[in-house]
Design a protein around this ligand. Structure first.
Ligand code: HEC
Length: 140
């Protein structure tokens, strides 16, 4: 005689395990999403820019032609340094300390900071430079 629940007990435990694992997965995904949202909000606050506009701007002004930038499909140029870990850099263009304000300044007009720099002034507006800086600051 099969004991009542013996077989079922195992099945229920398996179902409980699957449900628990599913919940853990959903929690991890939610946490990742929250971290991304927080990074976006912080970058927006530091720059008064909108990070979501970064990719379009990087293509429009050729940033992605000279720099490898995560999340932006471009030729992945090697003319300028990759901008992946920009948030961790100490100096910009070897001259400016890496603060949000200096990043915006550099992006808007690098030749005003250093007339000798190989990075051209691209004609990007202040507003767009803020958006681009916000995007770059979300990269960690
Ligand atoms: C013609 C190639 C070229 C284009 C286009 C270009 N850059 Fe650059 N960029 C460079 C080079 C070269 C440097 C290194 C300059 C130096 O150290 O003097 C640089 C440096 C930088 C830096 C500083 C990085 C560091 O670690 O010092 C940032 C930020 C940056 N570029 C962002 C941008 C953005 C945003 C755009 C688009 C608006 C852009 N660049 C367009 C070539 C380019």
């Amino acid at each position: 005689m099969p004991s009542p629940g013996g077989h079922h007990g195992g099945t229920l435990a398996a179902i409980a395990l699957v449900v628990a694992l599913g919940a853990a997965g959903a929690t991890a995904a939610a946490l990742k999403l929250r971290r991304e949202r927080e990074a976006d909000a912080l970058a927006a606050r530091l720059t008064q820019g909108d990070p979501s506009r970064g990719p379009a701007i990087a293509l429009q002004y050729g940033c992605a032609g000279c720099h490898a930038i995560p999340g932006i499909r471009g030729p992945g140029g090697r003319v300028g340094p990759p901008l992946a870990d920009l948030g961790a850099r100490v100096y910009l263009g070897g001259r400016l300390t890496n603060t949000p304000g200096n990043l915006i300044r550099w992006i808007e007009d690098p030749r005003a900071v250093d007339p000798q720099t190989a990075m051209p002034t691209t004609g990007i507006s202040k507003r767009e430079a803020r958006d681009m800086a916000a995007y770059l600051l979300t990269l960690r």
